[in-house]
Design a protein around this ligand. Structure first.
Ligand SMILES: *Cc1c(COP(=O)(O)O)cnc(C)c1O
Length: 388
């Protein structure tokens, strides 16, 4: 059996044909396919606006900029996430702080968030933006986080990099019903892919406009958006702010638009795999993913926790045994503040105790739609031999 990665894309002939069609067309970028992809995702999620960009990292950056994050501001996120959820604030010159996780969902804990907000209010350093991350695809407790945002006056960016195709209380993640902006990633290990790519969704026309502006050099090309100038100085575009080239190409968008047709099928397959793992792992000394009744996860990741007091191996030994057997188990994630860059900013080991406990026990098993039963049994057999 060839090596089994922890995640991989599922590309069919229709995807390939869609990309080739763009290559034969007039526009490789800034053509009609990007807006078509934006519309398809916005419609699927029930959001008013969508801005496609070249990664979720870019989407997080322009989301922070659009919300006015800058020097002297603080942005809070969860430590159990990919570094991009925190880095976006640093790009804007803002400080970052971390809210410990819930021990069952591994999402930002609303109790910890509440306590931290009470303290911050007393100290006069409330966050400007909070970025909850739908870890593994399971939505955060958005209703509670939204309530807190109204009480304490912060904005919300949902990092839904793991979560397109999932639902919170029956509503698609990305609807932005409880947030200002939701961000998706289309990296190949995520739920749908564009190669590299991301998107920011919002129901706020002004935020959408600002994110578009920042994604393309800060340039506007319609006269009504331009700064007042003498008529002879008005040409076909004007740079009114400092932006970036974060644009998605039509080649990438064609792949994304084609993948959207199979989004529901992908998520259904991921749930079927999760259910099969649940059965196969039932008698092993591991904790399988707990699902909150409000949530329908995108199941980007399948994270188990090792009951180390019942296992005679270390987490590192289990990880290595899986890798030697050709199973690309992974660790999602090292608490972000334990990264040397964040340690240099003054964060220490132990800052978020629940996140540290999770970090000491977690392992991601392979999870992607094309995973077959034979591979699943192989993974669980290798794991069983290692830890039982
Ligand atoms: C993958 C990921 C990102 C970054 O996505 P890119 O598209 O690779 O930039 C951000 N946040 C989380 C939680 C992720 O998993």
């Amino acid at each position: 059996m060839s090596a089994i990665p922890y995640g991989r894309q599922d590309i069919n002939q229709a995807d390939i044909d869609a990309v080739v069609a763009v290559l034969h067309s007039d526009f490789l970028t800034q053509g009609p396919t990007v807006p078509a992809f934006e519309q398809a995702v916005a419609d699927y999620c029930g959001a008013q606006h969508a801005v496609a960009v070249n990664s979720a990292t870019s989407a997080l950056h322009i989301a922070c900029l659009a919300l006015g994050v800058g020097k002297g501001d603080c942005v809070w996120t969860t430590p159990i996430t990919f570094v991009a959820s925190a880095n976006c604030a640093r790009y804007c010159g803002a400080d970052v702080d971390f809210v410990d996780i819930d021990p069952h969902t591994y999402n930002m804990s609303v109790e910890c968030l509440t306590e931290k907000l009470v303290r911050a209010e007393g100290e006069g350093n409330l966050p400007k933006v909070v970025i909850p991350v739908h870890m593994t695809g399971q939505p955060c407790d958005m209703a509670s986080i939204n309530k807190l945002s109204q009480k304490y006056g912060f904005k919300i960016i949902e990092d839904g990099a793991h979560a397109i195709g999932g639902k919170y209380r029956g509503e698609p993640i990305g609807s932005c019903s409880y947030s200002d902006i939701t961000v998706f990633s289309f990296h190949p290990v995520k739920i749908i892919t564009t190669g590299e790519g991301g998107m920011a969704l919002t129901n706020d026309a002004e935020l959408s406009k600002r994110m578009k502006l920042y994604s393309s050099h800060g340039i506007v090309s319609t006269v009504k958006d331009m700064m007042p100038k003498a008529p002879e100085e008005i040409w076909n575009y004007q740079q009114i702010d400092l932006g970036f080239n974060y644009r998605m190409t039509d080649i990438h968008a064609a792949l994304g638009l084609s993948q959207m047709k199979r989004l529901d099928e992908f998520v259904i397959k991921r749930h079927a795999i999760a259910n099969r793992y649940e059965d196969l792992l039932a008698d092993l000394p591991v904790i399988t993913p707990w699902q909150h009744p409000d949530s329908y996860s995108g199941f980007h990741l399948y994270v188990i926790r090792l009951k180390l007091d019942e296992i005679k191996k270390t987490q590192r030994e289990v990880f290595s045994a899986l890798h030697i057997a050709g199973i690309g188990a992974n660790l999602h994630y090292i608490p972000v503040y334990r990264q040397p860059y964040y340690e240099q900013l003054g964060f220490n080991a132990g800052y978020c105790p629940e996140a540290e406990r999770y970090y000491a026990e977690a392992l991601s098993l392979p999870m992607f739609p094309m995973l077959i039963n034979k591979e699943l049994s192989y993974v669980t057999n290798v794991l069983s031999k290692c830890i039982c």
